[in-house]
Design a protein around this ligand. Sequence first.
Ligand code: NDP
Length: 310
Amino acid sequence: MPVLIFRSGSDRTQWWLETFRERAPEIEVRLWNEPGDVSEVTHALVWDPEPGILAKMPNLKLIISLGAGVDHLFRDPGVPVQVPIARVVDVNLTARMTEYIVLYVLRHHRHVPIYEARQREALWQSEPQPAASERTVGIMGLGTLGRDAAEKLVPLGFRVTGWTRTPREMDGVESFHGEEGLAPFLASAEILVNLLPLTPRTENIVDAGLLAALPEGAFFINVGRGPHVVDQDLIAALDSGRLSGTVLDVFRQEPLPSDHPFWSHPKVTLTPHVASMSDPRTVIEQVIENVRRTERGEEPMNRVDPDQQY
Ligand code: NDP
């Protein structure tokens, strides 16, 4: 019998336990803080596990990340990388992320913050309005999420470009890859969207050098992870006018400390890590399917490459 140990980041533990019982009675589900004999545990379903604990489970067949990102797993230097690691890929999560990106791209493109400020002053004054085809949205990361956002922005008329680690082709999207592709990608990215995973190669990638390579007055949307960004470099670029504004959903420290300068900066719009979230009803079906696959000796879905850490 598969034994799945479960550590959620949410308060819906009871719902998870009941749904597992109903949908997959053959799986014994144990809570993280009541693990019993850890040598019996075959599967781990986790969000942000304490370092070292997974390594103490000698018979794991699969580790499943409860989120799309797996950086929380690789923060543990002892994560058993010989055990397959899978992540969540959820159509609901993808759709919500695309909504968020399209919302903030259009909000910037159509000068919404400027007109809102003018309304407060009863000021009747218009801005020059470029066509969408005259704006380039550059997406860092054309994975599950980046591709979907690109697919929705193209029919709106935007010029969309993407930057990836390996070469990727996508209809209607000009793509760049690797270190040598970064500068030409950035040179036209008037609206830059970060959808990279957090890995040793992408941490601190949004620094003064990257921001200086963007067109003057560019706009930046961060929906990847907080540690992608060097906060003080971003603030300096906003203050100097190099960047016209930013939308931030993710932060180095979450919740964002109340004295952090992002809260009150006039060019920062921020949301509390809500750009997207997965629907537990979809996730639990994927988890059950992956447990069953590994029990049959098959390859799990949505497997992560431990060498690339995404
Ligand atoms: P994927 O793994 O599907 O895609 C990752 C993309 O990033 C790929 O295109 C990959 O390139 C590219 N990439 C990775 N490393 C590099 C690098 N060193 N240089 C250039 N490109 C690189 O991830 P998802 O699209 O599913 O998710 C992306 C991230 O979004 C997650 O890791 C998570 O951090 C974040 N996220 C944020 C949420 C929020 O609410 N704010 C919610 C969910 C996710 P290649 O195609 O060549 O492999």
